[in-house]
Design a protein around this ligand. Structure first.
Ligand code: GDP
Ligand code: ZN
Length: 259
């Protein structure tokens, strides 16, 4: 690094830089399209949010990742892995609530199902992988890119996990690249205010002028139109529940911040 530039502070994995080949120094960093934190990755085009029938999906985590993508202008993609463990109905039930909001793929890293579609969709892009542990992120890197990384809970991950919360590896998949962030936790990186949360819920926005109070947060106010539609099953109950949970978390956090 030249001059005041600091590794991990000013220059991140995924950055495009001006490089002095002769002297082997990074001279400057070009402006970033976006940046994820914990660990830092810059210029991400697509975030693959991987879920699977096993372990049971954490939909609140999925919702957080989606919000993060929106606020960072990253294209989110929901990947249901281990589709070999699901029949058509079960798969449909899993995807249905998200279909309008996010592009979805169902794949099996193990059985090689749906991989061509995913590979061509991500071709030429910088892709980041996220999702709970054991959903099959490593298996996907192997299957998509012909790698032979060790899967399962064992040694590689323990090794990598030890002091490597910020370790980031780039794998090349065709003419695209996948960034594997090991213990990925961008969840804490959502940088929105509680009152901004509503802007990520189009179906709530569309009806909120019918709420009794103009400053209704749709969490516990009487005369709330959003809640009425949830009761009538015209707004997804589980999506509403995740909204409320996130709203509370964000409120808690903003309180702590100003204590
Ligand atoms: P990671 O923690 O998200 O990187 O998950 P891994 O890639 O290590 O996979 C966790 C476990 O799920 C391993 O035992 C894999 O063999 C298994 N697995 C991965 N993909 C599939 C799949 O498509 N179908 C099935 N049935 N199992 C899978
Ligand atoms: Zn309301």
């Amino acid at each position: 690094m030249r001059g005041k530039l600091k590794r991990d502070e000013d220059v991140f994995v995924g950055d495009f830089v001006e490089y002095d080949k002769l002297n082997k120094v990074v001279i400057s960093v070009y402006p970033r399209a976006n940046r994820l934190i914990r660990p830092y990755v810059a210029n991400v085009d697509i975030l693959l949010i991987v879920v699977a029938p096993k372990p049971q999906p954490d939909w609140v985590l999925v919702e957080k990742l989606l919000l993060n993508c929106h606020s960072q202008r990253i294209l989110p993609v929901l990947v249901v892995n281990k589709c070999d463990l699901l029949d058509e109905n079960e798969l449909e039930n899993m995807i249905a609530p998200y279909r309008r909001e996010v592009k979805t793929f169902s794949v099996s890293a193990k059985k090689g199902i749906g991989l061509d579609e995913l590979r061509s969709f991500t071709s030429g892009k910088t892709v980041c992988l996220s999702g709970q542990s054991a959903v099959g992120k490593t298996s996907l890197i192997n299957a998509l890119g012909g790698y032979r990384l060790e899967t399962g809970e064992l040694s590689r991950k323990i090794d990598r996990g030890k002091n490597t919360t910020r370790q980031v590896e780039i794998f090349f998949i065709g003419d695209g690249k996948i960034v594997d962030t090991c213990g990925f936790s961008i969840v804490d990186g959502i940088d929105i205010k509680p009152q901004e949360l509503i802007y990520y819920y189009d179906e709530f926005l569309a009806v909120q002028d019918k709420c009794r109070y103009s400053n209704c947060t749709h969490t516990n106010e009487p005369g709330c139109e959003v809640k009425r539609l949830v009761n009538d099953k015209r707004i997804s109950e589980s999506r509403y529940a995740r909204y409320v949970k996130l709203y509370k978390e964000l409120t808690e956090r903003s309180k702590r911040r100003y204590d």
